[in-house]
Structure formats: C-alpha cells, structure tokens
Design a protein around this ligand. Structure first.
Ligand code: ZN
Length: 608
C-alpha cells in the first residue's frame, strides 16, 4: 500500500475526534441532532485547527441516514462518498487556488437545483477571504436568498478580510490554537496505535513547533518518524523542527548571562552552522527565558507543563535576575520583528547576542542573587523602616504585575518598539560593581586636533568592507558602534554600550586588525580609540570650547577659522545638530529606582 501522510490517515471523521475545539463541535452536534442548523456558517481560526475537518464531518452528519447524536456513521454509502470526495452534493471550493468568480457564478447557477443524492447540498468554501470582490458579491446574493436544502460553510484564517455583509449572514465559530498538551496527547495516541517507539520530550518539541496546528504537528511527526528510522527520538524532533537542544540553549544563555561575548558568539556560530533558522532560534531562547521566570515564581507549574528541568536550567534559574530576563525578552522581541524584514538573519543574531550580554551586565540592585524582585528592591533601599518603605514595596508588587503582563504581550509579539537600549548607562548615586571605563580624553583631543573629513568619510564609506575583513566576534562587537572622527594616526569610535567600549579599548588584536584593515582599504593605519557613546557629546563640546578659547587668546597655535571646511571644527560643528543631550530632569526617587531595577522601557508613568 502506498504511504499516506499521517494527517490524512488520522484526519478526524467524527466531531468527537476533533482535538481542542470541544465547545464548537458540541454546538454543531447539538444543532444537527435537534435539526436546528443554520444555512450558512463561518469557521475562522489558524491553519490546521480543524476547520475543514469540521466542515466535512458536518456535511456527512447532516446527510447520514444513520446519524446519531449529531455524529455521522462513516459507514453508509453517503458518508463514504463524502469522505472520498465523490458525492456531487458536497462541493468543495478552494478560493486560494483561483479567486473564484467562475466557480461562484457556477455556484449561483446551480445552487437552485435540489440535491441529487443527499438531503442537503453543502458548499464548503475554503480560504474564503481570497475571493475577489465580484465573487463576494455573487456569494452575497446567494446568501441573501438561500435556497432550501443548501448549506454554506465558509472557512478562513483571516476573517478580517471578509465583508461585514457576508459575516452578518453567517453563524460564526472561532477555532482556537490547540494547546500543547492536547497535541502531545494526540501524537501519543497515534504512535501507540502504530506501535512506534517515541521519546516523550520529542513530542513536546514537535507540538511547540506546530504552534497550535494539529495538521502541522502531524506533518512534523511524520518527518520525525522517517528521520529517526521508525522511532521518534528527541534528536530527530530537534532536527526536523530546527529547534535547539536544551543543552545548547543553556550553554548559550550561560555564556550570555556571564557576559562572555566571545563564547556566546562561538556557540551561536555553532548553532547557525547546524542550519538553524534565526527565527526559530530567537523563539527557542524566548521560551527558555520564559521558563526560567516561571520556574523562579512557581516551579511546580513548569514541571507539570514541560519536562525539561535540567541541572543547568536550575543553575541558571537560581542565578538570573528577573529584570535581566525582562530586558532580554524585550531585546529578543525587537529582533523577532526585525528578522521579518531581512535576510541578514545572522547579523541580527550576532548583534542581539552582544546586546544580550550587555543587558546581563546592567546594574542590578543587589549583589546577592535575590530571586524575588520586591525583596531585592527592599533590601537595597535605605535601611530606614518607614511607611514610605512599605509603600515602595507595595508599588513594586504592582509594577511586578504590570511587568509580567508586558512579558505576556511580548510573547504575543505585540511590541513594535524597535529602539531598544538596555539600561547599560549607569546613573550616579547607585552602587556599581563594574569599574567604568577611563575615558582617554587626551587621545581623543589629540585625534580631533588632526582629524579630517576625508579620513572620516573614507572610513564611514568603507565601514562595511572593513567589518568583512575582521573575525566574526570582532565584527559583532563593532556592529554596536559608530566612527565619529579620524586622523591619519587615530580613529575615534563611539560604542552604544560602555561594556563593549571598554572591551574594545583593551582588545589589542582588534586594534591590530583595524589598523591592518583600514591600511588595506584606505592606505593609512589609525589606532583605535574606543569611547562610550554617552561620553562623546561632552568631549566634543569641551574640545570645541578649548579651541575657541585658544583662538580668542591668540595662542601660538595656528588659528582655525570656524568656517574652514577642512578643519576639525567644521566637522564637529556640523555634527552638533544631532546633539542629543537631554537635561537630567529631577525624578521621583521611586521612579528612578524602579527604572534602574526593571529597565526604563518597562516603566510607564501614569498619573492616576
Ligand atoms: Zn452514514
């Protein structure tokens, strides 16, 4: 016998076989059993959730002479011919395959004829949102004066594209995504029946990858079976879904959270070498972080839902601060959005990795690994036992709730905010374990003294070429920076994150590589001067002031007129337009504390 895909073999033949849509199937069964059916239905919902299966079962049940409790017998001639798609009275139209004008016109012509074999003529129009306007109009006419003994079932994944005039003439059922445990249970049922051995974790991996669609789950399961040579192993499931093993994820996140940029980039490289999809990778990391949070708050919940609580996982859960997780999720969510519009997935993942490592170094309020945020913040607050302190603690609980809601939204991909800058910039007044970078003020000034616009433009122009000459990890580090001034001897580069600036400043290999690279491209070999971005406006400002002062005093230095197109002044003043120094507004201490704790992007101040 020729091989048949699982999802075909195991297509539901009765309402009670449809997984995860109990409320809908029960309502339809009742309607059929009590002869209270409508003449038009609209089935909406994500792909693979049972819409067309339900439509076909409906067509059978309403026509089956042996119908019982609203279920078809599946054995009589009528049932069998519908299952096999050869009953003339059940007409399936796929609106996606053409836009349907002809088919709908034909439908209009023929709809008035009574069914020939069955009691009801049933039109099933799949992906109905694809119909052209003309076809919709034709359909509407038919729905306005429905002939007796005709039932329409319209199915769609995109109900918002269907004219309201159509929707209002149908009875609507919204099919939901199928929950992971329900998919797993169904997978198990099938494998047991087929006597195929399986690894339970593999079934979870497949169910998660199917994102609530049973048809997809069964297709992946099919691939898993052939990949695993008649057995469904975790490895096979990971391979066919492009998911990452928990070990790899743990290794990646451990490196990231220990801000080992190099190591995390290497692991990333490894993962990408195996051909993982960037989208899938980001998704896996997000799920893993979500699980870490859940484990911290309610370990029992997590163990009930998934299976994987490895020692590495527990170690991470004990170590990671919730605010780091929230900030990381935000970064990942933005990357997820960006990935949709690019085929440069690798670059985005490299930058994201560097960003995540920076998030992990953002100041946390306590030195100890306090897992409970409100506890952490209270411990860090001044030790005066005042009502204000209690109020603060209450406020934090409230914020905590908001944050978890936000995280939920992030998971649903609701965020469209692209301007992510994790709170790497330290504010004064807060303890800071990491020593800040020492700003090489004199070197910057010396560079500016001799900087020319040609040099800078040359480097900006060849920046991408320069990056290509570097190693992957060096390249990734330089994705978060920008060249701002260049002389023949030195190149000033501003980094978005102080941690990276500090690392770049100390990285002699990087200095060598840049020298060699620029030399090759532009025939001069500047020394790298790395500074954090937030230091740049002040440096620029003081340099300009010093120069003006010198000129005004008629010093021995050659005068550089402000209008000199070639001089450093022109180059700098030209840039002052993009000045982004925001005056530090005095803030409510609480808000500031909260911002430091949760990350600014999570705090919304409302006056209520
Ligand atoms: Zn039957």
């Amino acid at each position: 016998m020729a091989y048949q895909a699982l999802y075909r073999v195991y297509r539901s033949q009765r309402f009670q076989d449809i997984v995860g849509q109990w409320a809908i199937t029960q309502t339809l069964r009742n309607a059929i059993a009590t002869h209270k059916t409508s003449h038009a239905y609209l089935f909406t919902g994500p792909r693979g959730t049972g819409k067309t299966s339900a439509a076909k079962i409906f067509a059978k049940a309403i026509n089956c002479p042996h119908q019982k409790d609203g279920e078809p017998c599946n054995e009589c001639e009528i049932c069998r011919s519908i299952t096999e798609g050869r009953l003339n009275d059940v007409i399936e139209i796929d609106a996606a395959s053409n836009n349907g004008v002809d088919e709908i016109r034909e439908l209009r012509d023929k709809v008035k004829y009574a069914p020939t074999q069955a009691q009801y003529k049933v039109y099933i129009i799949d992906e109905v949102h694809m119909l052209s306007t003309g076809a919709f109009n034709a359909l509407l006419k038919t729905l306005e004066e429905p002939p007796k003994s005709v039932i329409f079932i319209l199915a769609t994944t995109e109900p918002h594209k269907i004219p309201a005039t159509i929707i209002s003439r149908t009875q609507r059922f919204d099919f939901k995504k199928i929950a992971t445990p329900e998919i797993v249970a169904h997978e198990k049922e099938i494998l047991n029946e087929l006597q195929i051995p399986f690894d339970e974790e593999a079934l979870f991996v497949i169910a998660k990858a199917a994102e609530g669609g049973m048809r997809d789950a069964l297709s992946i399961l099919d691939q898993g079976i052939s990949f695993g040579d008649g057995e469904v192993t975790l490895e096979a499931a990971l391979q066919v879904t492009g998911s990452l093993s928990q070990e790899k994820l743990a290794a990646y996140l451990t490196a990231v959270l220990n801000h080992q940029v190099e190591a995390s980039l290497e692991i990333l490289e490894d993962i990408l070498q195996e051909g993982k999809e960037p989208q899938r990778f980001i998704e896996n990391v997000m799920f893993y972080l979500r699980d870490l949070l859940m484990y911290q708050q309610a370990p029992q919940l997590l163990t009930a839902q998934t299976t994987q609580v490895s020692p590495e996982f527990i170690a991470l859960a004990q170590k990671v601060q919730p605010d780091t997780v929230y900030a990381s999720l935000k970064v990942l969510s933005a990357t997820q959005q960006d990935l949709r519009f690019t085929n440069q997935g690798r670059i985005y993942l490299e930058v994201t990795t560097v960003k995540l490592a920076a998030v992990a170094t953002a100041p946390s309020i306590t030195a100890g690994a306090a897992v409970n945020p409100s506890k952490a913040i209270v411990e860090a607050a001044p030790t005066s036992d005042t009502p204000a302190l209690q109020q603060l603690s209450q406020e934090v609980s409230r914020l905590q709730q908001q944050v978890s809601q936000l995280t939920e939204q992030l998971h649903n991909g609701a965020s469209s905010d692209h301007s992510i800058r994790p709170p790497a910039v330290k504010r004064s007044g807060h303890s800071n374990q990491q020593k800040p970078q020492e700003i090489p003020r004199q070197r910057v000034f010396a560079t500016l003294e001799k900087a020319t616009r040609e040099n800078l433009q040359g480097i900006r122009h060849h920046w991408e070429d320069l990056l290509q000459l570097l190693q992957a990890s060096q390249r990734a580090m330089l994705r978060a920076c920008e060249p701002v001034a260049a002389s023949n001897e030195a190149l000033v580069v501003v980094f978005d994150y102080e941690i990276l600036s500090k690392r770049a400043a100390a990285d002699t290999d990087l200095h060598q590589a840049i020298k060699a690279g620029v030399d090759r491209l532009l025939h001069f070999a500047p020394e790298l001067v790395a500074i954090p971005r937030e230091a740049w406006p002040n440096l620029r400002q003081s340099f300009l002031q010093e120069r003006k002062l010198k000129n005004a005093n008629g010093g021995s230095q050659q005068a550089v007129p402000e209008a000199n197109e070639e001089g450093p002044l022109a180059q700098l003043t030209e840039e002052t337009g993009e000045e982004d120094l925001v005056p530090e507004v005095a803030k409510d201490t609480f808000v500031e504390t909260a911002e430091n704790f949760f990350g600014k992007e999570f705090i919304e101040i409302t006056n209520d």
